[in-house]
Design a protein around this ligand. Structure first.
Ligand code: PLP
Length: 364
């Protein structure tokens, strides 16, 4: 597959100007949403204020790629991972009082100063300290001499929905937590952040000091309901080639389980890609591909390493390029939304599911 680096840069610039003066944390977790972190990260890092990853190992991988930009490990970690976090200069998301205390103790022992963002759970019910328990958590953070409390953040459960009432409730809860600092007469931590793609698009009041775009950075909108307040462009084109092209006689069933058979003698193409590459088996007999800018139906059960396409009467030779996801020069397109719909999943899973077996080519 091809990943257009200039597209990513363009999307980042569009997001940046939309949220100005807020900073931008570029979210590179899950192999840069499947796009290939080793190609994407060195290119985007110099353009990023912060980088967001989910787990410590992803942060370590970025440091080993030579990236020096601040990196927040956004997920919950185990206390035993703190030394690695400190030695790699990663920023901790303090998701509980216990983690905060363990971080202070570990930093003190190491003679280090650890950057911390306090995670407040305002309604996702995933990680973080509930907003109604935040007072003691924030007070404790003020007593931690070996921690630099650089940020405070929360995460939306429904910012991409048409109904934004729950998202707005989350913002109100977050703002209520921030007023504690005002009550104490001290400034809030300098980086307050909350907005993922849905909120960047739909909730300007949630942009605070920094935003955290993931999916939209890659040019994909989070769902069909979301208001497309800015235009971003997909960076990824996933393609394969016809490995075999032959005639299947009328009535002869194609692939495992014999779920489809042609009514007439038909040109059936075998594509060397399957669910082992991340081409969902659930898309069987629903997906389409593009060849020479024209769409053809996928037929018969999708296998681990191959699937078949019905080219009917068209003579398509072996070696011809087949677009699985992306845009043809003719303007015809197969989108992540299309694949998500065929597979009964979302756009996030479509791109993060493209497996390591698919080579990533980064175009400049
Ligand atoms: C804490 C956090 N922030 C930001 C993001 C980016 O979200 P999105 O891809 O919807 O922009 C994610 C991804 O799920 C996340 O977990």
């Amino acid at each position: 597959m091809d990943v257009s680096l200039p597209r990513l840069k363009q999307n980042l610039a569009i997001i940046r100007s939309h949220v100005h003066p807020a900073k931008v944390m570029v979210v590179l977790k899950a192999n840069a949403y499947g796009h290939g972190v080793d190609g994407v990260a060195p290119y985007l890092a110099p353009l990023s204020d912060y980088i967001g990853v989910a787990i410590v190992e992803e942060g370590v991988q970025l440091r080993e790629l030579g990236i020096r930009v601040p990196i927040l490990v956004m997920g919950a970690i185990l206390a035993e991972q703190l030394p690695s976090l400190i030695s790699h200069g990663l920023t901790l998301a303090a998701t509980s009082m216990a983690v905060l205390e363990a971080a202070e103790a570990t930093a003190r022992e190491a003679g280090a100063r650890l950057k911390v963002h306090l995670k407040i759970d305002t309604g996702m019910e995933r990680v973080g300290v509930h907003e109604y328990d935040a007072e003691a958590f924030l007070e404790e953070s003020l007593r931690c001499d070996h921690l630099e409390i650089e940020g405070i953040f929360s995460h939306f459960a429904n910012s991409d929905a048409a109904d934004l009432s729950h998202a707005r409730l989350q913002i109100a809860r977050f703002e209520r937590v921030l007023t504690l600092y005002e009550r104490w007469g001290i400034p809030t931590p300098p980086l307050r952040h909350m907005a993922n793609s849905g909120a960047i698009l739909q909730l300007p009041e949630s942009h605070f000091d920094m935003v955290r775009p993931g999916l939209m950075l890659y040019g994909i909108y989070p769902g069909r309901e979301v208001r497309r307040a800015v235009e971003v462009w997909p960076a990824l084109t996933w393609y394969s080639r016809v490995a075999q092209s032959k005639t299947t006689l009328a009535g002869r069933p194609v692939s495992y389980g014999s779920t489809w058979r042609p009514e007439l003698d038909s040109r059936i193409l075998t594509i060397p890609c399957g669910y082992g590459d991340g081409y969902f088996r659930r898309m069987t007999n629903q997906a389409q591909v593009m060849i020479r800018g024209r769409k053809y139906p996928q037929v018969g059960r999708i296998c681990m390493d191959q699937f078949m396409v019905n080219a009917a009467e068209d003579e398509i030779p072996e070696g011809e390029q087949v677009v699985l996801l992306g845009r043809a020069p003719s303007g015809e397109e197969i989108t992540a939304e299309d694949l998500a719909q065929w597979a009964g999943t979302n756009e996030y899973e479509v791109c993060t599911n493209i497996s390591a077996r698919v080579p990533r080519m980064f175009t400049m």
